[in-house]
Design a protein around this ligand. Structure first.
Ligand SMILES: [Zn+2]
Length: 690
């Protein structure tokens, strides 16, 4: 058999670096003009592979394997382009990225809707070969069938047409929802003079001043400051501005965005109703009672009832702590700030004042103890002690001189994986922090391909001869992303579709990352991971105690707010159709659980993009769900010693190494020896005694 995928099987030294799959990406040689030819060639190859396998026998080797090969190459090549687009953007690269992205989308859509391919997976699942496949391969076949079904592949023609119509309308409504929100956000600004800026931090004021100077409508020449509803302007005003009227004005504008209080063409109210209705219809076409059930099919949680019971139980437990947080805040605001009653636009402001008063330590002070090298070595040490691996600096082609490259080896000295670390903020880098896969572990006949990961952050770079200093928050972020990295790198799975983080349910995918964060709060870890940049001293115990106390400031209130949104989302997508609006449902949820009721004009649903324009519909609970798993997993270490290598080995074997090759619930059970419990999360948040 001469599979079409063999035609482009290039050796090292291929002229187009994107078509070279012999080893690590050839960053440095990769140019924007390589993108289109490589993508066109690889998509052509992918389509040829699909055509070819459609006539091949229905067994793994002649049908699934060649498809995986072709799709892996597309993913690897495009992954490099997307990575550079995110970390080293240029106008030329952006153009190449945007020009090629639709081709990729088109390809994956075609693949997902290929009826004949679906039939082949069904035939494989029904064949005698299926039971002889490894658990990982059976899961890949099952996942493929599931995704085809959820994409409407099993519907009769008339229903299929309606299904496509709904999907198309939902995509349009979702993007309209975000556009309305963005337009409404952009439409408001407030310009103030110096009498109204008291309390606001200098960097925020500098940006507001610049915004006012750029505004040509402000011509009287007096100094002015312009604030907007974008988060970097809005949040500091709410948190710091002494001018209560300014806070009130901006609060009202923010919470009524894209509602009936603004321009009618930006009102999201009717869009929300339509989106919910269409999602329900879509679910019913697929044979489910409601959209929440559809959303949960590929997730770890089993049913909307289970998720609601989980959320409501947590809300009941968090509520007394939230009530306490609010009572304290009201009392403080009345006594010390003269704010009585405490209004919605006072909450962030009074909270910040209370926090500073109670836990007086500065982030600047803490930072002096976290020089980059000490933190990175501390992180590696944790990983090495837990998982019985060694991490060494290594060499690879890089996209920027600041990038560092490492290799992980097992106890026998065998290479397990490699990773890039690109830690500093740059003008050409997208904001935030993330882990992405460059190469995934898999077996290809006799050779074993080891995984490679990108770890990207946006920390401040070193200044002059001083090392980069990280805030404690940045240290947490680094541990978090490294946790995702370990999930990808320490896998032992040998089939692409469920290797590393592939195929892991998304309400469980944050388990390893949030798990790693816990170590940043351990005295025994921090003692060895801190060194004052001038004196060389480790973090003083007294400062550590203050950090720990501040960690749980208002944790009840914070948790309850997240739970309100999650309960609202799950009920909205699981309850039968009714006359009640989304806003009325949210009010009902708040009356039952919330401890701070916002003003009547609050239109939170109209800006809840996560569930109406993002991928979080009936999925907002995932944040808390994964937190329960990670806290409960960590409690096993608290019980057995936080750096206990036997516990570490078990975590590696049962959670990290298995990736998506079995359900996350089974992996958790295998690791913990029982079902997840919420106790550890509550304890970590100061809601039950240690
Ligand atoms: Zn994460």
């Amino acid at each position: 058999m001469n599979a079409p995928t063999e035609r482009l099987n290039p050796a090292s030294g291929h002229r187009n670096p994107l078509l070279d799959f012999s080893g690590l990406p050839r960053f440095g040689e990769l140019k924007p003009e390589h993108v289109a030819p490589a993508i066109d060639a690889l998509l052509g190859e992918g389509r040829a592979a699909i055509e070819h396998v459609l006539t091949a026998p229905n067994d793994w080797d002649s049908f699934v394997a060649p498809l995986e090969d072709a799709n892996e190459r597309i993913g690897r090549a495009w992954g490099q382009v997307a990575h550079l687009h995110a970390v080293l953007d240029s106008p030329e690269l952006r153009e190449a990225y945007n020009a090629n992205l639709p081709k990729l989308t088109q390809y994956w859509t075609e693949l997902g809707q290929n009826q004949r391919l679906f039939e082949k997976y069904k035939a494989l699942a029904a064949s005698p070969e299926y039971v002889t496949l490894s658990a990982a391969r059976r899961r890949i076949v099952d996942n493929a069938l599931r995704d085809f079904r959820l994409g409407g592949a099993e519907l009769p023609p008339a229903k299929k047409a309606r299904f496509a119509e709904i999907q198309e309308e939902l995509a349009r409504l979702g993007s309209r929802f975000s556009e309305n929100l963005l337009d409404a956000t952009k439409a408001f600004s407030i310009v103030v003079d110096e009498r109204r800026i008291a309390g606001i931090p200098d960097d925020v004021l500098a940006a507001a001043r610049e915004a006012a100077q750029k505004d040509e409508t402000l011509t009287d020449g007096k100094p002015k400051w312009k604030f907007t509803l974008h988060a970097p302007s809005y949040l500091p005003v709410m948190q710091y501005a002494d001018d209560r009227q300014l806070r009130q004005t901006m609060y009202r504008e923010s919470v009524t965005r894209a509602s009936e209080f603004g321009k009618p063409e930006w009102d999201n109210t009717s869009l929300i109703a339509r989106i919910v209705e269409l999602r329900r219809e879509l679910a019913q076409l697929l044979g489910y009672r409601n959209y929440a059930e559809v959303s949960l099919v590929p997730k770890m949680a089993e049913s909307p009832e289970q998720v609601l019971a989980f959320l409501e139980d947590l809300a009941q437990r968090a509520r007394p702590f939230a009530q306490n947080d609010v009572a304290e805040l009201r009392e403080f605001a009345r006594r010390e700030l003269g704010l009585d009653p405490l209004e919605a636009w006072d909450v962030a402001y009074a909270s910040e004042k209370l926090r500073v008063k109670r836990y007086a330590f500065s982030e600047q002070e803490v930072k002096q103890y976290f020089p980059e090298e000490v933190v990175v070595q501390g992180l590696f040490k944790v990983a090495q002690s837990l998982y019985d691996v060694r991490i060494y600096p290594s060499e690879a082609p890089k996209w920027h001189p600041d990038v560092r490259f490492y290799e992980i080896r097992d106890a026998a000295g065998q290479r397990v994986g490699q990773f890039y670390m690109d830690l500093y903020a740059r003008d050409t880098k997208r904001s935030g922090a993330w882990m992405d896969d460059a190469i995934t572990r898999r077996r290809k006949e006799a050779t074993l391909q080891t995984p490679v990961a990108y770890l990207t952050c946006n920390f401040s770079a070193p200044v002059g001869n001083r090392p980069a200093l990280f805030t404690h928050d940045e240290v947490l972020t680094l541990f978090h992303e490294f946790g995702h990295g370990l999930h990808h790198l320490l896998t032992r799975v040998e089939d692409l579709g469920v290797s590393g983080i592939n195929g892991v349910e998304w309400d469980a995918v944050e388990l390893p990352s949030q798990f790693m964060e816990n170590f940043c709060w351990e005295w025994d870890v921090l003692r060895h991971m801190t060194r004052h940049v001038n004196t060389g001293d480790a973090l003083p115990r007294e400062l550590y105690d203050k950090m720990l106390a501040a960690k749980n400031f208002q944790s009840g209130l914070g948790m309850l707010r997240q739970l309100e949104f999650a309960i609202f989302d799950m009920r909205l997508h699981s309850e039968p159709a009714s006359e009640r609006s989304a806003l009325e449902l949210l009010r009902e949820v708040r009356e039952r659980f919330a401890v701070l009721l916002p003003p009547d004009y609050n239109r939170f649903p109209n800006s809840f993009s996560h569930i109406f324009a993002g991928g979080y519909a009936a999925g907002y609970y995932s944040y808390k769900w994964a937190e329960v798993l990670s806290a409960d997993a960590y409690s096993f270490f608290e019980e057995n010693g936080v750096l206990n290598p036997i516990a570490g080995q078990r975590f590696r074997d049962e959670i990290l190494a298995v990736g998506g090759s079995r359900p996350a619930a089974e992996s958790f059970l295998a690791f913990r020896g029982r079902e997840p419990r919420v106790d550890a999360l509550l304890r970590h948040n100061g809601m039950i005694d240690a």
